[in-house]
Design a protein around this ligand. Structure first.
Ligand code: ASP
Length: 415
C-alpha cells in the first residue's frame, strides 16, 4: 500500500474511533489506555521529528544561503520569496475577511451555550501579556546568543535562529572557497543524517497519525463542531478557496506546472501536516519532497521552505482575520473600517510571526482581540474547535510554502 493511502486510512480510522469512543470518554480504563499507550505513541513520533528540526533548519538554511550567494542568486530569490509571501498572505486574509463579513457567523450566537475553559484562557492570556513592543520584537530577531535561540527555537525563538543561520551562511559565502569546503561538507552530512532520522521516524507515522487525530475526536466529539458549525465552516471554506483558487492561479500564471498534478504530488505532506498540526514538524518531510519529487533546486527549497515554515503561514493569517471578526460579531463589538484594516494588516504580520507548532497562533489572537476591545473569554469560545481548525490551517500553511518554493524555482529557471 502506498504511503499516502496508509496515512489516509490511519487518519480516517483515528477520527472514527475517536468519535465512536467519545461517549465513553469518562471510563477510567479508557482514559488510562489513552493516557499511557495512545498519547505516548503520537508524542514519541512528534518528539523524534522535532528533535531534528533545529539541526535541519540551521544546516539547511546556512547551505541554502551559501549556495545562493555563490551563484549570485540570493538577492533575487529573497526578493521573489518576499513578493510571493506577501501576495499569498494578503489574498488569504482578504478571502477570510470578506467571507466573515458576508456570512456574519457570529451574529446572534448564544454565548452561554458554549463552555469556556478558564485554565487555558489564563495560560494564553499570560503568553499574550508577555508580548513585547514592536521595536523590541524586531530587535530580538537578532539573537544575543545563537545557542539560546537554538535551544528555544520551538518556543518562539525560531526567527532568531533563522537570522543567525542567514548571517552565518552569507558570511561563509564571503570566505575563500578552500576555507569553506569543510564547513559545507559537515553541514551537508548533518542535513543528510537528519533526513535519515526522519525516514526512520516515518516507520511509525501511520500509528502516530491514528493516535494524534484520535486525541481530538475522543476528547471533543463532534457536538462542539455543531455549536460553532457556521464559524468552522467559514474557516474551512476560506482555506479551501485559498488552496483551490489562489494557489492554482499562482501556479498557472507563474509556472508551467499543472496545479492538480502538483497538489497530487504533495498529498502525503497535506495528510501529515493535518495530523501533526505543526509546520515545523512537517518541514523535514516537505524538504525531502521538494528536492526529490517536485524537482525544486535544493538551495531554493532549503531557503524558501525553511523560512516559510515560520514566516509564511497563509492558513494562520486567514484564520486570525476570520476569528477576530467573528468574536467581534459574537460580542457585538462594532469595528470601524480603520479597525478592520488594522486587523487585516496585523493578521498578515501575525502569519509571519507565528511559531509553527500546534496552537502557535493563539497568543496572537489574544493580542488582536484585546486591541479591539473583545473580552478575553472570547478565546474560550473557540478553544474547543481550535485543534480541528489548527489541523486545517496548518495544512494550508505547509501547502503555501511548497507553492511559493515552486513559484520561486520556476522564476529562477526561466531567467
Ligand atoms: N499550528 C500552526 C502551524 O504549525 C500555527 C498556528 O496557526 O497555530 O503552522
Amino acid at each position: 500500500m502506498k504511503t499516502h493511502h496508509r496515512l489516509l486510512l490511519s487518519l480516517l480510522f483515528g477520527i472514527c474511533t475517536g468519535l465512536a469512543l467519545h461517549p465513553y470518554a469518562q471510563l477510567q480504563w479508557l482514559q488510562n489506555l489513552n493516557h499511557y499507550l495512545l498519547e505516548p505513541i503520537g508524542q514519541l513520533f512528534l518528539r523524534l521529528i522535532f528533535m531534528v528540526v533545529v539541526p535541519m533548519v540551521m544546516s539547511g538554511l546556512i547551505l541554502g544561503v551559501f549556495q545562493l550567494s555563490n551563484h549570485q542568486g540570493l538577492a533575487k530569490v529573497s526578493r521573489r520569496t518576499l513578493f510571493f509571501t506577501i501576495l499569498a498572505s494578503s489574498a488569504s486574509v482578504i478571502i477570510g475577511v470578506s467571507l466573515v463579513n458576508l456570512a456574519q457567523p457570529g451574529v446572534g450566537l448564544e454565548i452561554t451555550q458554549i463552555s469556556s475553559d478558564s485554565n487555558s484562557i489564563a495560560k494564553i492570556q499570560t503568553n499574550a501579556a508577555q508580548a513585547k513592543p514592536i521595536v523590541q520584537s524586531l530587535l530580538e530577531i537578532i539573537p544575543k546568543n545563537p545557542f539560546t535561540a537554538a535551544s528555544q527555537a520551538l518556543d518562539g525563538e525560531m526567527l532568531a535562529l533563522m537570522f543567525f543561520s542567514l548571517a552565518f551562511g552569507a558570511a561563509l559565502a564571503n570566505r575563500q572557497a578552500n576555507q569553506t569546503s569543510r564547513w559545507v561538507e559537515l553541514l551537508e552530512e548533518c542535513y543528510a543524517a537528519c533526513l535519515l532520522i526522519v525516514d526512520a521516524a516515518m516507520k511509525i507515522a501511520p500509528a502516530a497519525v491514528f493516535t494524534l487525530v484520535f486525541q481530538s475526536t475522543f476528547k471533543f466529539g463532534y457536538q462542539i463542531l455543531f455549536s460553532l458549525g457556521f464559524y468552522v465552516l467559514i474557516v474551512v471554506l476560506g482555506l479551501l478557496l485559498q488552496q483551490t483558487l489562489v494557489y492554482s492561479l499562482l501556479l498557472k500564471i507563474f509556472t508551467r506546472i499543472k496545479p492538480l498534478t502538483f497538489f497530487r504530488q504533495c498529498r502525503d505532506i497535506y495528510l501529515y501536516a493535518f495530523a501533526t498540526a505543526s509546520s515545523n514538524a512537517t518541514l523535514p518531510r516537505s524538504l525531502e519532497l521538494a528536492e526529490q519529487q517536485l524537482n525544486i533546486r535544493p538551495e531554493i527549497a532549503r531557503f524558501v521552505l525553511t523560512i516559510g515554515s515560520t514566516a509564511n503561514q497563509n492558513g494562520t493569517a486567514l484564520f486570525e482575520g476570520i476569528t477576530v471578526l467573528f468574536l467581534a460579531q459574537v460580542y457585538g463589538v462594532d469595528l470601524s473600517l480603520g479597525q478592520q484594516i488594522q486587523i487585516v494588516m496585523m493578521s498578515i504580520l501575525a502569519g509571519i510571526g507565528t511559531a509553527g507548532v500546534p496552537g502557535g497562533s493563539l497568543p496572537l489572537i489574544m493580542i488582536l482581540t484585546q486591541q479591539v476591545g473583545i473580552p478575553a473569554e472570547g478565546m474560550g469560545l473557540i478553544l474547543g474547535v481550535d485543534r480541528f481548525l489548527d489541523m486545517c490551517r496548518t495544512t494550508l500553511n505547509v501547502s503555501g510554502d511548497l507553492v511559493i518554493a515552486a513559484l520561486v524555482n520556476a522564476q529562477d529557471r526561466d531567467n
